[in-house]
Design a protein around this ligand. Structure first.
Ligand SMILES: Cc1ncc(COP(=O)(O)O)c(C=O)c1O
Ligand SMILES: Nc1c(O)cccc1C(=O)C[C@H](N)C(=O)O
Length: 419
């Protein structure tokens, strides 16, 4: 479904795309997903595509489990233990051991639990570091925790945080995103964690834009805490439950700031006293979102038989090829995403003064990306269901949108409520 390709440049790019798709055929899971014909979906970093397995798991959870098993499904379909079971599945994708990840709340709530618990593990230290350019919820949550605990929030980029940590003794926690949601820059989780540890501080990572596409390596990097969402690259569906990771050495000391009955050692004893459960279960709060977890569990089967190293290689190949293709096609927009493989997540962000309208014009052509303030055309490459041919098709459409100044059309300029 490539658009009109009549020049030598296009012929050569199309050959390269086919060769790269052949090279990466082992990680092609396109058949597992249901994407509409004629669409190149470059927004899996905001809402991942629907997979057949997620559809089937959801249908089964509704019709058979809920409809027929009724309340018995808590035991017979293992609804009660689903947060830990699906957590273990995600642990395998982010380089964490079984028993350290649980799913259930939103990313925002998960981050609150992680940041609050972490900050309290370093009594006497007054400072929490986070990135002013983080996704806003991260700044809001971190500020809120600091206000509640009487701590000081310092807003520093990851690079400045490393310098701030050097030789310091007042920082309790450095809380950062592994991949910048806007630019797609990949930060060095291990290096910032080492800097935090050298200063006696802890680290917490938001993996929203890295889980499922980057070889995250939580254990190898020494991360203390992490959170991430289920609805982006993991394709768990709109509002899918998020996950929280607590490193094994912190599990016993982890105090959940939201003490609920699901995090209790004996929830059905119905005791008014709170005894935290052992292990990661203490990070649970209330009744888990069973239908959302079912969809997420189904979606995660798309990773069966794949190594994250291979998925990462495919992702890097897709984004590198897209950047090369737009350059070869004469698109000269500034690329906000680093070109170095070890500094790039799974997206390509381009700057344009009319970025919103450019995105709308692309969507009208079937290339779905999104816009982020102030001037970012954000194109996410979910490696499991995108090919290099898709990347080339998107590049050609982008060239044509810009060459035909389609972004100047009035219909592409009026803002929707959700962007
Ligand atoms: C880095 C990051 N953190 C958190 C969130 C969102 O949190 P929640 O799932 O609670 O809406 C997003 C996107 O919505 C995000 O990009
Ligand atoms: N969570 C979202 C929503 O409920 C509506 C629209 C977009 C989102 C997003 O996930 C935004 C996303 N975190 C981002 O990186 O911009």
């Amino acid at each position: 479904m490539l658009p009109d390709m009549s020049s030598d440049v296009l012929t050569s790019l199309a050959e390269q795309a086919r060769a790269l798709d052949t090279q990466h055929v082992a990680t092609d899971r396109r058949h597992a997903f249901e994407l509409p014909d004629g669409v190149v979906y470059l927004d899996g970093n905001s809402l991942g595509a629907l997979s057949r397995a997620a559809r089937e798991a959801t249908a089964d959870a509704v019709s058979r489990q809920w409809g027929e098993q009724l309340i018995r499904a808590w035991n017979d379909s293992a609804w009660w233990s689903a947060p830990e079971r699906v957590g273990d599945r995600i642990a395998g994708l982010v380089g964490a051991p079984a028993g350290t990840v649980v799913v259930g709340d939103s990313t925002t709530v998960s981050l609150y639990k992680a940041v609050h618990a972490a900050a309290r593990m370093r009594p006497g230290r007054r400072v929490v570091l986070t990135d002013p350019d983080s996704f806003p919820t991260d700044v809001h949550v971190t500020r809120g925790v600091c206000d509640q605990l009487g701590l000081t929030l310092e807003l520093l980029s990851p690079a400045d945080a490393v310098a701030r940590l050097r030789g310091s003794d007042d920082v309790a926690l450095a809380s950062y995103s592994q991949v910048d949601y806007r630019t797609g820059e990949l930060w060095d989780l291990a290096a910032l964690t080492v800097a935090a540890h050298d200063a006696g501080a802890l680290s917490c990572w938001d993996l929203c834009h890295s889980a499922g596409v980057v070889d995250v390596g939580l254990t190898d990097g020494g991360a203390d805490f992490a959170v991430g969402c289920g609805y982006k690259y993991l394709s768990g569906g709109p509002g899918a439950p998020a996950f929280i990771f607590v490193a094994p050495q912190h599990l016993d000391a982890f105090v959940n700031p939201i003490l609920g009955w699901n995090g209790h050692a004996t929830p059905f004893a119905m005791s008014p006293d709170h005894t935290p459960a052992d292990g990661i279960t203490r990070a649970r709060v209330g009744t888990p979102p069973v239908l959302g977890i079912a969809a997420l569990e189904g979606a995660l089967t798309a990773y069966d038989g794949l190594s994250m190293a291979d998925v990462r290689r495919r992702s890097l190949s897709l984004t590198a090829f897209f950047v090369d293709a737009i350059a070869a096609l004469g698109v000269d927009l500034p690329v906000a995403t680093p070109r170095e493989d070890d500094r790039r997540g799974s997206q390509v962000s381009l700057r344009h003064p009319d970025a919103y309208a450019v995105v709308q014009a692309l969507i009208a052509r079937g290339v779905i990306g999104d816009f982020r303030e102030p001037n970012i055309v954000r194109l996410g490459f979910a490696p499991l269901y995108l090919s290099h041919e898709d990347a080339l098709a998107a590049a050609v459409h982008l060239r044509d949108v810009l060459a035909g100044r389609e972004f100047e059309r009035p219909e592409h300029r009026s803002r929707a409520a959700v962007t």
